[in-house]
Design a protein around this ligand. Structure first.
Ligand SMILES: Nc1ncnc2c1ncn2[C@@H]1O[C@H](COP(=O)(O)OP(=O)(O)OP(=O)(O)O)[C@@H](O)[C@H]1O
Length: 335
């Protein structure tokens, strides 16, 4: 179990992490989400004792990180910018870590096997691809067979097979009853990996909930209807108290009604349907809707100084009552 209580970190005037209180439970994968600069890495560094809180605290199995006797046996972590001694082979890198943490040497072969790097164990990581480096970082995190694992952007640089492997690994670790805490900017991946979510924005807690509830609470679900006779269907629906709104692409959108009811009304009035499809919101839409107001860095159009919104081909903001003028592509100044 990881427990945060009022965790706060200030850098001068800047409050990077602002009174965060939440727990990460064992047995499920918990996703950690937030726009760029939200404070995720700072939070994770404080969990590992790499940064000290300005106030508040983090407990790992009831203790501060620096009070853990053999920390790698409790918590294994992959942080974004993993530094690996370039001169040592992958095997020796892990062996040094094992020996300095009281971990049996045989764990080195076990984790190299587990992450698929056994064949390059005698090679130096400086020649590794980004994906191989990530696998080596994951191997190091698993070395002490810890009950808690924490991954910051674990699929960064991995190919589809690698991403699939990380997903299965995290789910397997959680199924074994471990605590798995993972940050990622890849929403589609997160949505199929994590069961629980912690979302922060500008250092503050915005959500601590199940994936299903998060999507349901922060998104709009509706039924899209296509018909050659939209006016007639709209009137027919209206007569039964159902409101259908015409979308720009000529389809009708109906909120808060099951598709079957719309289909029944269409059949009663002999209106031909070309499409009748429930639209379930994605994690990406829900995340962007919730965090729209807390995005710290926005892309601006040079001419108007206005946020540019999603790039062509990127998801569009869902409709709704939250302001969408602050949508940005999330790039970060100075990074
Ligand atoms: N050492 C530091 N000194 C000053 N400010 C810092 C320092 N580290 C982080 N910050 C600031 O704290 C805020 C949170 O940064 P952090 O890296 O934790 O965010 P993040 O959610 O991990 O972002 P990203 O998704 O871009 O990795 C940012 O505004 C960042 O500029």
């Amino acid at each position: 179990m990881i427990e945060l209580e009022g965790l706060t970190k200030r850098y001068g005037e800047k409050t990077a992490v602002d009174r965060l209180t939440f727990s990460v439970r064992p047995g499920v994968v918990t996703g950690f989400l937030g726009p760029n600069g939200a404070g995720k890495s700072t939070t994770m560094r404080m969990m590992l004792g790499l940064d000290s809180p300005t106030s508040g605290h983090v407990r790992i199995d009831g203790k501060r990180y620096d009070q853990l006797q053999e920390p790698l046996n409790h918590i294994g972590a992959l942080l974004e910018a993993k530094s690996v001694h370039g001169g040592r082979t992958a095997y020796n890198h892990l062996l040094c870590l094992a020996q300095s943490n009281g971990i049996p040497d045989r764990r080195v072969d076990a984790v190299l096997d587990m992450v698929g790097l056994a064949s390059v164990a005698k090679k130096r990581p400086k020649g590794f691809s980004l994906g191989m480096g990530q696998r080596l970082g994951i191997a190091a995190a698993l070395l002490g067979d810890p009950r808690i694992v924490m991954f910051d952007e674990p699929v960064n640089g991995l190919d589809p097979e690698g991403i699939h492997w990380v997903r299965n690994l995290m789910q397997q670790l959680a199924a074994e009853g471990r605590t798995v805490f993972v940050s990622s900017h890849l929403m589609s991946e997160m949505s199929v990996t994590a069961e629980h979510l912690v979302v922060i924005g500008q250092g503050r807690l915005m959500a601590d909930t199940s994936m299903a509830d998060f999507i349901a609470e922060n998104s709009r679900t509706y039924v899209r209807v296509r018909t050659p006779e939209p006016e007639r269907l709209r009137d027919a629906l209206h007569a039964t108290g159902v409101n259908a709104v015409a979308a720009d692409d000529g389809s009708l959108e109906v909120d808060g009604q099951p598709a079957a009811r719309i289909g029944d009304v269409a059949a009663q009035h002999r209106v031909v349907l070309h499409e009748l499809s429930p639209q379930n919101a994605s994690l990406e839409e829900a995340f962007m809707r919730l965090t729209a107001e807390s995005v710290e860095y926005h892309a601006h159009t040079a001419a108007q100084g206005q946020p540019s919104g999603p790039a062509p081909g990127q998801p569009q903001p869902p409709g709704g009552d939250r302001p969408t003028q602050q949508w940005g592509t999330g790039w970060k100044e100075g990074r």
